[in-house]
Design a protein around this ligand. Structure first.
Ligand SMILES: [Zn+2]
Length: 800
């Protein structure tokens, strides 16, 4: 019921009609409302749902929690409001909760009084700053917190009581970040407090609610002393990401969702910048390079979308939260910073924020500020990357009398995509004609020489500054580079001595992508893998050898798979042996390298490594200490592949009983590694049982669908148990499963996938389905083109 009235007109009741499809309510009044300010009183009720959005119920074994998740369009599920980001308002939240329960919201609590009835108390929070509805939050339960202070701001990291001991690490990260951001942005954090809270059931990774950030438990909680480095990195970058949003997103907010990429791209870029400054030894730059390869490959597919895209309905808006909005937008921002210079870029960020405090802005406001401050055509560059889909290809030509010609093209990751000339999104992009090739304005940075701006016509010549030419200094460019055979040779000869680790990862990425696109061979790629075999950086080796598994899954026949394993053992076995055993004084880099090679050699069926893995796993499961704890995780991962029911049950017990969310998630994931058909079936049935949280159902099913050895069984299960999966579905479950079917590599499966999802439509997953079908087609073509190349390369290595 609605009731409205002005100061003079007196109150009147409204007739309320609801348009469920539009998620809109209309309030009609019999008498015209007077001009000026009007007060609207709305009484309403809602339900605490289990769909992880709006005001929803989150459960542990011990009790229930009432928590919120409003981005993008779900504040309206909790209360009637003008639920659009540009309609900013202040909010006064008051909650009536059970005695003994606590509540957390965006601002500090201002009063806590018993009543209004026995067994309840009323908690009121201070008025929020002017902000968008999607950033409001309130959390009810028995959360406990560790507390600290930074720059005069009270910081808390909170969790369910059993997990509060895992909050110290995030608190240290948050303290450091607050100081860093206050300085970086030149604007003090605007609230008096900041809470970071781990929620037992949570759909996304984390949510940047103003002053009250919420997290999936694995993204916030880690043992400060014993926690694994990848988990610490994950927590540190997620905390840095969400805290960057407090300024970039919360204080200044995109006017509409078409520009949410500016929010997410900026925070994605900033999370790595901040974490790399906090922990310089973590090799975050290598992680960024690895992510960039992944994003470029995605964006070079037949189906992609421009960074900025119109979206009106909730489904369209939710579909925008993808790797283009996070990964590509972040990489483009990183490229611009590298080109204009760190300090100049920072001044541009400050100018943009200062001009729009507590308001809304557009991408134009951002790049105009950067253009003004730098005096460089940032607007032209950004517009060309933001409004056009796909990946530029920089082609380095043969040297001539004038120097080295450089030209620009459009890169496609598969021959199929190139031949259809795609690059157009399949939805909500009415004006895209596939024959219109995009034309980018690219800041091209040559190693050892500065950056120049390359227009679509290219033709600019450059010197060879170091005796070889690497056209992507720092691996910051959002493009692929194709070199002549001569330049490739020169690069391979210098890769270990003259390129930085991120540049090596970038070069490996270029070689891999060009091979997939039909401009190179798998043999050329494998030559480069052998050229980096002595690399001291584990991430570089990971990046190189990780693709060997893909070659085995997608290109190799059974016989070739065995031969490729033999080459890996022959080449990398001695490198691993030379590293020696565990040593208390070894550096973390050395330990990482040992673990990476142990893992890769295990995948290559090295009998000694596999035996060691099995042994170590037995010891670990018996609760014994192992001699080389660095290898423990890799050992368990290798041993579980052939593990039996007894091992499976032990792992399942760990996943049920562990309180450390990282360990719990790892144990749950480990269940997907067992490959005996009986155990694969058990995992699938477990995934749709009530014992597994809805948020975890897809995380159990999709690895089984994606892995060659288990995918047929998993697919059969999905087809036969779809209603059970739907019963457990959260917003992303269906899409993730559709995405995983892209790992198939036969025409038969492609047709089955297409017809199954035509009959069992997954709302919002249309684009993902089209991508999966394309990815299967790409794989079929890749296998046809590269299987003979692989055989020839193996013949060269091993003889026929
Ligand atoms: Zn974000």
């Amino acid at each position: 019921m609605g009731r409205g009235g002005g100061d003079e007109g007196g109150a009147q009741d409204a007739v309320v009609t609801v348009d469920a499809a539009k998620e809109q309510a209309t309030l009609s009044f019999a008498r015209e409302l007077p001009a000026g300010e009007v007060t609207l009183e709305i009484a309403y009720t809602g339900i605490l749902n289990d769909k992880l959005r709006g005001f929803y119920l989150s459960k542990t074994k011990l009790r229930n929690y009432g928590v919120t998740q409003f981005e993008a369009t779900d504040a309206r599920r909790a209360f009637p409001c003008f639920d659009e980001p540009a309609l900013k308002a202040t909010f006064d939240v008051t909650l009536v909760v059970d005695s003994g329960d606590t509540a957390i919201s965006n601002t500090k609590m201002v009063s806590d009084t018993p009543g209004p009835v026995a067994g309840k108390h009323t908690v009121a929070f201070g008025t929020t700053p002017k902000m968008s509805t999607y950033l409001l939050a309130w959390l009810v339960g028995d959360f406990q917190c560790s507390e600290g202070k930074s720059e005069g701001v009270k910081l808390r990291v909170c969790a369910t009581p059993d997990k509060v001991k895992l909050t110290e690490f995030a608190l240290e990260a948050a303290k450091w970040d607050l100081k860093y951001y206050d300085k970086y942005f030149g604007i003090k954090y605007p609230l008096k407090k900041l809470d970071l809270v781990a929620i037992p059931d949570f759909e996304s990774g984390a949510m940047e609610n103003f002053g009250c950030i919420t997290f999936r438990e694995t993204e916030l909680l880690v043992d400060a002393r014993e926690g694994a480095l990848p988990t610490k990195k994950e927590v540190a970058t997620t905390v840095a990401h969400e805290m960057a949003h407090q300024w970039f997103g919360d204080l200044v907010t995109p006017a509409w969702w078409d520009n949410l990429w500016l929010n997410e791209g900026f925070a994605t870029w900033m999370e790595s910048k901040a974490a790399a400054q906090w922990q310089p030894k973590w090799g975050i730059d290598q992680d960024v390079a690895t992510d960039l390869n992944h994003t470029l490959d995605e964006d070079a597919g037949k189906i992609t979308r421009p960074i900025r895209q119109a979206a009106e309905t909730p489904a369209e808006i939710n579909a925008l939260f993808d790797d283009i909005a996070y990964g590509k937008a972040g990489a483009v921002i990183g490229m611009v910073e590298h080109w204009v210079g760190e300090e100049t870029f920072r001044k541009g960020v400050q100018a943009y924020l200062a001009a729009h405090l507590y308001g809304n802005a557009t991408a134009e406001d951002f790049w105009d500020a950067q253009t003004r401050v730098s005096g460089l055509p940032v607007d032209k560059v950004m517009r060309s990357f933001v409004e056009q889909p796909g990946v530029p290809l920089v082609v380095v030509g043969d040297e001539n009398a004038n120097g080295i010609p450089v030209s620009e093209g459009h890169f496609f990751i598969s021959r199929q995509a190139a031949s259809t000339g795609a690059g157009c999104s399949t939805f909500a992009l009415p004006k895209c004609d596939p024959r219109d090739a995009p034309e980018w304005t690219v800041p091209l940075c040559v190693k050892g020489d500065g950056c120049t701006i390359e227009g679509p016509s290219g033709g600019v010549v450059t010197e060879r500054p170091q005796g070889f030419l690497y056209a992507d200094a720092g691996d910051k460019g959002y493009y692929r580079t194709a070199y002549t055979a001569e330049e490739w040779k020169a690069l391979a000869a210098n890769v270990e001595t003259r390129l930085t680790p991120p540049e090596r990862i970038g070069l490996l990425g270029d070689a891999w992508a060009l091979m997939r696109g039909g401009q190179g061979s798998v043999g050329q790629y494998l030559d480069l893998v052998l050229a980096v075999k002595q690399d001291p950086d584990a991430t570089v080796l990971d990046s190189a050898l990780g693709k060997v598994g893909t070659i085995e899954a997608k290109i190799a026949t059974d016989a070739d798979r065995e031969r490729l394993d033999a080459v890996v053992r022959r080449e990398f076995g001695p490198v691993y042996a030379a590293l020696g055993g565990p040593d208390k004084r070894e550096s973390s880099d050395h330990a990482d390298l040992r673990e990476t090679l142990f893992d890769e050699l295990g995948d290559a069926q090295d009998p000694a490594v596999l035996a060691e893995a099995e042994n170590m796993t037995k010891q670990l499961f018996a609760g014994q200490k192992v001699a080389d704890p660095v290898l423990a995780d890799a050992a368990v991962a290798l041993a579980t592949v052939k593990g039996d029911a007894a091992m499976y049950e032990k792992m399942q017990r760990v996943s049920r009983n562990a309180t450390d969310p990282d360990l719990k998630a790892a144990a749950l994931h480990a269940l997907t590694r067992f490959q005996s058909p009986e155990l694969v079936m058990r995992t699938l049935l477990y995934a749709v049982s009530d014992e597994v949280r809805n948020q975890d159902t897809w995380t159990l099913i999709t690895p089984l669908l994606a892995r060659r050895a288990t995918q047929d069984l998993a697919w059969e299960f999905v087809e036969q148990h779809w209603p059970a999966i739907e019963r457990k579905a959260t917003e992303s479950t269906g899409t993730r499963i559709v995405e995983a079917t892209g790992s198939f590599c036969t025409a038969e499966r492609r047709d089955e996938v297409a017809s199954f999802f035509a009959e069992h439509a997954v709302p919002g997953a249309e684009r993902t389905l089209a991508k999966s079908i394309d990815s299967i087609n790409d794989c079929i073509q890749l296998r046809a083109a590269q299987a003979p190349e692989l055989r020839a390369w193996l013949d060269g290595q091993l003889g026929r």
